[in-house]
Design a protein around this ligand. Structure first.
Ligand SMILES: [Zn+2]
Length: 312
């Protein structure tokens, strides 16, 4: 992966240089590339390097990241809730009887959809905002080993400081024939390689590990799980990854992700004229993004991978 379009390593100013970059996925030695990554020759994963300290992470998860009033303009939040309802339906159909654990549950949309189906469900987050959410790391979550019918890492594994240890813990917690579901950005995708450090799903410094789909699937197999469905068809995310990257290549590097968010949910202030121009560029470039996404999905190397794995 060191061939991707990222310049040689130059430590970010004001960031303390960690002494020896180690792959946070397999523990092997990693080689610094770009401004904030170290790539592992053994497994192909990239680690965010130097890793952010707690202060930097707190700032990165500031109020704008997920404000109470919602994140996206128009019907965006509604579409997100519908996609969680679809996932809840699939988990409820496939998993054996028992509770579901949602690691990195965000605002609890998946929990709500599971409860609506009569499934017991509990979430883990950085802060507990409701009774069915615990402020706990999965590695410190001691409850009911072997009794969880399903565990979901829905775009959360990449946020964890110890993703490999979290997966170990998830395997212990799963019931026999329990279902593990992981959705995350695919570091081996064409969009990751093409867009380099401007790839939306790199999301530094919040994403701490960047896995090629093969490393994720290999890690699940190494832990004795049986791989079920592997899908690269996450329509909206794959198209938007390309669209955001194409718009970001225009002069001034407009940020389409900020432009589709509600004012309180933007990382930077955005005037209405600039916002309209950014949205207009998004509309103009949409056909190209659709074409690139379709090719990527067809080649099974798209920007997002979804894996279902079973405990024997
Ligand atoms: Zn590695």
């Amino acid at each position: 992966m060191s061939t991707m379009t990222i310049a040689p390593h130059a430590p970010a100013r004001g960031v303390t240089q960690a002494p020896h970059p180690c792959c946070v996925w397999c523990g092997g030695p990693a080689q610094p590339v770009g401004s904030r990554l170290a790539v592992c020759a053994a497994c192909g994963a990239a680690s965010t390097y130097p890793p952010p300290d707690e202060q930097e992470l707190l700032a990165a998860y500031a109020r704008w990241y997920r404000p109470a009033g919602g994140r996206f303009a128009g019907c965006g939040d509604g579409l997100l809730r519908r996609s969680r309802a679809t996932l809840a339906g699939r988990l409820d159909r496939l998993a054996p009887p028992g509770p579901v654990l949602d690691v990195g549950c965000g605002d609890g949309a998946l929990l709500d959809a599971l409860h609506a189906r009569g499934r017991a469900a509990c979430g883990l987050e950085r802060t507990a905002t409701r009774p069915d959410v615990r402020a706990s790391e999965l590695t410190a979550f001691e409850e009911r080993a072997g009794e969880w019918a399903a565990i979901a890492f829905w775009h959360s594994l990449e946020h964890l400081r110890q993703p490999a240890a979290a997966l170990d813990r998830a395997c212990m917690l799963l019931a026999p024939r329990g279902l593990l579901v992981v959705a995350m950005p695919n570091w081996a995708s064409w969009q990751a390689r093409t867009l380099g450090e401007r790839w939306l799903a790199l999301d530094l410094p919040r994403h701490l590990v960047h896995l090629p789909a093969s490393a994720l699937i290999g890690g699940l197999r190494e832990r004795g799980l049986e791989i079920g469905r592997v899908s690269y068809w996450r329509g909206g995310q794959v198209v938007f990854g390309w669209l955001h990257g194409l718009v970001g290549r225009l002069p001034g590097h407009p940020d389409l992700y900020d432009a589709i968010r509600q004012p309180d949910a933007r990382q930077a202030q955005l005037g209405s004229g600039a916002r309209l121009a950014t949205l207009g560029a998004g509309v103009a470039l949409a056909p190209a993004a659709f074409a690139l996404a379709a090719a990527e999905v067809a080649a099974r190397t798209s920007g997002t991978v979804y894996v279902e794995a079973w405990r024997p």
